[in-house]
Design a protein around this ligand. Structure first.
Ligand SMILES: [Zn+2]
Length: 421
């Protein structure tokens, strides 16, 4: 009798143990039936993807539904790495007369990222070495979105007006020192808005980049008199440095496409030596009369970014999927467009753990739908194109958690859950 009991007990314990094991191995979320685009891993085909513990657990053509606690049906949709917006302004705050640096023109990231598939947003120089700590406390630590930043060469940051013209507040050593101190979220050095005739601000920015071993991002615009774009590309910047607002045409800056609609020869040289061409759409930096001829001649922007702030989001920019849709309708392939918001920017900001769906990587994922119909897309000069393709973001996962679900594709129908809370 005793031995019978012990055998019975053994069997029960064994069963509980194995059931527990199989339960523990269940995936948290399985996204099924979608077309997966992962440029880093050269995947562009139908694939299922499973997540466990906030990480990518499996990517293969068939993963059974009963292996996951939650199944999302993504038939007809595209599954991509969570989008990286490499140029935005998210140093929101209430300081008067401070433009985009701890003030009203910047936006709190979470309200504008997940709904557009963005899981990593990079602030482009809103803060300088004097106020990056406030940026960390107010924005980085308060956001579910992963927030990274270029630190401005101007110590006060992007406060607009005379403060951004102050050569005495552009210190490469202090900027690099603080950049390195906050290297868990600072990815590079930013120069913007300098309107004087000197090369000094640019050279100090690059010097800070050299000391900190980080890339620089350059908003080169409005110098009076104009500075040589060719010299910037071929003599001043290093390969891997980023030229943002590449399709702008503003007074005081040479455009990359000349008056005859030709991409300037030295732009190709710059491209070939590894200068990164970033879109940085913004409220004044994207024109079809630059982008369309450039694309027709085979030029491709390396990265697609928003330059998000209150001045751009209600204009032609709108959000990152709208910009991606513009480039699709101008002739870029979906895979090129996805690369420009995932694996490419991850490499430029030296965060190669991001921007792909390798097993073991953080489960930052966007599920996009490509709508067919008749759509219009605007530029900052008040011109438009028509197009028949438009992306929208259906679902966003950050760290394996669903943070945006446009049409409830991750949810059961209400009748099935009647009575439950
Ligand atoms: Zn900007």
């Amino acid at each position: 009798m005793r031995s019978f009991l012990s055998i019975k007990t053994f069997i029960i314990v064994f069963l509980i143990f194995t059931v527990n094991i199989s339960f523990a191995q269940k995936y948290d979320i399985l996204i099924k039936g979608g077309h997966l685009i992962d440029p880093k891993n050269r995947i562009d085909q139908k694939m299922d993807i499973a997540i466990i513990g906030g990480k990518i657990a499996k990517v293969t053509s068939q993963i059974p539904e009963n292996s996951a606690k939650k199944v999302v049906q993504a038939d007809g949709m595209y599954i991509t790495p969570g989008l990286i917006d490499m140029h935005a302004h998210v140093f929101w705050g209430v300081k008067p007369d401070s433009y985009i640096s701890n003030s009203y023109t910047s936006l709190p990231p979470d309200g504008f990222t997940f709904r557009a598939g963005i899981t990593t947003i990079v602030d482009a120089g809103s803060a300088g070495w004097r106020n990056i700590r406030i940026f960390e406390e107010q924005t980085v630590q308060q956001s579910k979105t992963r927030v990274l930043a270029f630190i401005n060469i101007v110590g006060a940051g992007m406060k607009g007006g005379a403060l951004e013209q102050n050569l005495l507040d552009m210190d490469p050593k202090l900027t690099a020192m603080v950049a390195k101190k906050y290297k868990d979220f600072v990815v590079g050095i930013k120069l913007a808005h300098y309107s004087g005739p000197e090369w000094i601000p640019l050279q100090r920015t690059v010097e800070a980049g050299v000391i900190a071993d980080m890339p620089v991002m350059i908003d080169f615009g409005g110098n009076d008199p104009e500075l040589s774009l060719k010299r910037l590309f071929l003599e001043e910047l290093r390969p891997g440095d980023i030229f943002t607002h590449c399709f702008a045409h503003v007074k005081g800056r040479t455009a990359i496409v000349d008056d005859n609609g030709k991409v300037r020869p030295f732009v190709w040289d710059a491209y070939n030596r590894g200068i990164v061409f970033d879109v940085g759409h913004g409220g004044g930096s994207f024109r079809f009369d630059q982008a369309i001829p450039a694309l027709e001649q085979g030029f491709r922007p390396n990265s697609i970014s928003t330059d998000l702030h209150t001045g751009s989001m209600n204009g032609a920019m709108k959000d990152i999927v709208n910009i991606m849709s513009k480039f699709l309708n101008m002739g870029m392939t979906l895979s090129e467009v996805i690369n420009g918001v995932t694996w490419h920017p991850a490499q430029y900001i030296q965060h190669e753990e991001l921007g792909h769906l390798t097993v073991g990587a953080v489960a930052d994922i966007a599920v996009l739908k490509l709508e067919n119909g008749q759509f219009g897309f605007n530029d900052i000069s008040g011109k438009k194109i028509e197009g028949n393709q438009k992306l929208q973001c259906e679902l966003t996962l950050r760290d394996g958690k669903i943070v945006w679900d446009l049409n409830g594709i991750s949810m059961p129908r209400w009748e099935k859950s009647a009575g439950s809370k």
